[in-house]
Design a protein around this ligand. Structure first.
Ligand code: UN1
Length: 496
């Protein structure tokens, strides 16, 4: 099944069958491929090839670079169904979400194509007569992308489509848990690249591997930008390496996203939003809803409605019409159980959270999503556990709810359900949510590509995808041009 999809996408069996690193599908634990992981010293050769590609690619006009990305978007449209299915096999995402992820790739390609004709710089008024000032944006250099298992293809595309139109080659280290989707993306990309004589070889490369490969990319002086998505722990190790050589990083690390649910909210809408964001993707999005901060006046009702909605959720094979698929692996299941034990120790009351379908899928890790009523925002609530656990906290006044929202170390996404304009505007103001994303009357997950995506504090501060995130992939140059016959100095300095 998976081999048919892989071969249809252009991945050869030597690439996915001959390594010693097994790839297991979280759907049923089956081994769906064997890949070879690179050693640290093999990474240098890939970076060298990318550095050479940069010399040619940075000279191709940006709109022409955009044309290549446009074609890549077309090829993704043609292969959306197969690539989406492969995402499901490799991550356990349900079909709609696997397809959604490919759609996110298509969307960022479209965005980047437009961008390829809009890499605008400023003109700046000079204080000197006969002078012009302006700002120019130039290609940056080799971009390394390190991505996580949960969005195995979209996050690469968020970075790669803008990086390419900005004139940079990309070296990609996907998660060791999801190398097959990476090989498929690379095969599709190479198909498009073959149509572009001006596109140099090795414009896009995949370096399969673990931590050593990520470190080699972070340490290599030819890598100008490292865009890394993963845990806060990973970011803490990686960022100092990149900073030590004054290169750039874009960090998309942990989230611990909250919803404040107020008494004026539309509860029907809120319950649906909670369900998608807390339970969708089996709680394995960095934007998943993890904390529900609900006003005491509606708390009992909301919990009762949630419990009945949770009981009705169809859990099972993600390609068979269910709403929740498996966790990625046994370690994820164990981390979830450890969090639930700790929550109980900290006074939490747990609903759900058990393993299920173990007879049908003994090698896979399906769980019932958990709701945990907590007496306070204790240690376990402050930690990101990548599983469908929703901690519920009560509040009485709005200011207290905002303090709880901001009272964790992560700062990715947040949302407020309210029909009170004062609360909504306060939440989005300087004294409101401290997160990179603050939504009103929608959940914290499922962002569109048009906005800059990322967060503050332990989330790492990076922004990628939409808005002006492209600027991180280019170097800014300030130009001052004297078209006069004099040489006036700035600040009125006379030097003669
Ligand atoms: C992630 O989980 O790493 O906003 C990315 C969302 C998706 C991206 C999530 N567009 O939920």
């Amino acid at each position: 099944m998976v081999s048919r999809v892989l071969e249809g996408l252009g991945v050869s069996s030597t690439e996915y069958q001959q390594g010693d690193h097994p790839v297991h599908s979280p759907i049923n634990g089956e081994c769906i491929g064997r890949v070879r992981l690179l050693e640290r010293d093999e990474v240098a050769a890939s970076v060298a090839r990318a550095a050479e590609a940069f010399q040619a690619w940075c000279q191709v006009p940006a709109p022409r670079r955009g044309e290549l990305v446009r074609r890549f978007g077309d090829v993704l449209r043609q292969h959306k169904a197969e690539l989406g299915e492969l995402v499901s096999w490799e991550t356990g995402k349900i079909q709609a979400e696997g397809l959604g992820e490919v759609q996110e790739m298509i969307d960022i390609c479209d965005f980047a194509v437009g961008l390829s004709r809009q890499l605008y710089g400023l003109t700046i008024a000079s204080e000197r007569p006969g002078h012009h000032m302006r700002e120019t944006w130039h290609p940056l250099g080799v971009v390394a992308v390190i991505s996580a298992f949960n969005f195995p293809v979209a996050v690469w595309a968020w970075n790669t489509a803008p990086a390419l139109v900005c004139g940079n080659p990309v070296v990609w280290k996907p998660s060791e848990k999801t190398p097959l989707t990476a090989l498929a993306c690379q095969a599709l990309f190479e198909r498009v690249q073959a149509e572009f004589p001006e596109a140099p070889a090795h414009l896009s490369q995949v370096c399969l591997g673990g931590r050593a490969v990520g470190e080699a990319l972070a340490d290599d002086p030819r890598v100008a930008l490292v865009s890394a998505t993963g845990s806060t722990r990973m970011g803490r190790e990686l960022a100092p390496k990149v900073a030590a050589r004054f290169a750039r990083s874009i960090l998309e690390l942990g989230g611990n996203n909250a919803m404040i649910l107020t008494p004026s909210a539309d509860l029907d809408l809120a319950v649906r939003a909670i369900l998608f964001s807390a339970v969708g993707t089996a709680g394995q999005r960095c934007t998943s809803l993890r904390r529900l901060i609900v006003h005491d006046a509606v708390r009992e009702e909301v919990i009762a409605r949630l419990k009945s909605a949770y009981r009705a959720i169809r859990i099972g094979h993600p390609l068979h019409g269910n709403l929740v698929g498996p966790l990625i692996d046994k370690a994820a299941y164990e981390a979830m159980q450890a969090a639930l034990r700790q929550a109980r120790d900290e006074g939490g009351v747990v609903f759900g959270g058990e393993r299920c379908l173990a007879e049908e899928f003994p090698e896979a890790w399906y769980v019932t999503p958990a709701i945990v009523e907590m007496p306070a925002q204790s240690a376990v609530v402050c930690r990101e556990t990548f599983a469908p656990i929703l901690y519920v906290l009560g509040y009485r006044d709005f200011a207290e709810a905002v303090v709880l929202n901001n009272g964790v170390s992560q700062g990715l996404s947040s949302c407020l359900f309210s029909n009170d304009v004062r609360e909504a505007e306060t939440f989005m103001s300087a004294t409101g949510s401290d997160c990179g994303i603050a939504n009103i009357n929608i959940g914290p997950s499922g962002a569109e590509i048009g906005g800059a995506f990322g967060g503050e504090k332990d989330t790492g501060g990076g922004r990628e995808s939409g808005s002006d995130a492209w600027k991180a992939y280019m170097r800014r140059q300030t130009n001052t041009v004297n078209y006069s016959r004099e040489l006036p100095l700035a600040q009125g300095i006379v030097f003669d």
